[in-house]
Ligand binder design. Structure first.
Ligand SMILES: C[C@@H](O)[C@H](N)C(=O)O
Ligand SMILES: C[C@@H](O)[C@H](N)C(=O)O
Lengths: 155, 155
């Protein structure tokens, strides 16, 4: 079969911050993450999708313990960049499957998404690489998601 | 210092497909990627940011040689899901830094973004994990991005 999912992990100590409607032009990401970096905020995942009408949303996650600090910096940046809004949400968790050879095995991510769908769990953010698929979901669905995905790949 | 960027890679043979405005409810991602998986389309990165008014955009990349096939499947799914639009774009490339310990070294991603900003290169999509930061940019800026990022981290 080829693709091997080697582990499923759940991180319940994450918070997300979203900049809504930032200008999609060079320098914006550098400014936001430069400021966060200067203040030593560890950023976990960063997600940015394509722009519409020259603006896009930029989200990232941090440890929940860093949320207040990250939000304070982000709100300041948001004003400077004239973002429509900057919100935070620590009622999330991140569920991740890690595997080998996933890039060449279409359907591995789909299997994870299907398990979540069957549990009625909404996928709020997706970020992937060749070796991992991460989904941000509601915090109170984390344990259920972990159990179901574990059963799917390791039963 | 701690975080070590071990390589920079450029993939100029990628195409992106975006579903604009799909319902943000369970089952959507499973349906889209289930269909792509059934037809053996290898999906590289998947990016989905948070929803607005119960809808969100879903983008993914494939090898440029798979774009036509992926688009055909996607357009069909898009109609079924009543997406506002499904577009493809093979005028992109993906630039990635891979490293160790990046999650605990804020500022590594910011350095990459800063290099791109200084070259006037717009970052169109971002997807990250603990060990990598990938940016989708215009195809004709790939080589310049690779050179500049390589100099930044390996000079
Ligand atoms: C939105 C942000 O990524 C912007 N496009 C930049 O290049 O910095
Ligand atoms: C948009 C898509 O990810 C949807 N929220 C789902 O769970 O399938």
């Amino acid at each position: 079969e080829g693709a091997v999912v080697t582990s499923v992990t759940l991180d319940e100590h994450q918070a997300k911050i979203t900049f809504f409607n930032v200008p999609d032009k060079p320098g914006i990401a550098a400014q936001i993450f430069g400021e966060l970096g200067k203040e030593n905020i560890n950023v976990d995942i960063i997600v940015q999708n394509v722009s519409k009408q020259d603006h896009t949303d930029l989200s990232f996650t941090v440890a929940s313990s860093d949320m207040e600090h990250a939000l304070e910096i982000s709100k300041r940046q948001g004003e400077e960049l004239k973002a429509a809004n900057v919100i935070c949400d620590d009622n999330i968790c991140k569920i991740t499957i890690i595997g080998l050879g996933m890039a060449n095995h279409p359907g591995v991510a789909a299997r994870m998404f299907k398990v979540l769908a069957e549990e009625g769990i909404n996928i709020e953010m997706i970020s992937t690489s060749e070796i991992r698929v991460s989904c941000v979901i509601r915090k109170n669905q984390g344990k259920k998601a972990l159990k179901s995905i574990h059963n799917e790949f390791f039963k």
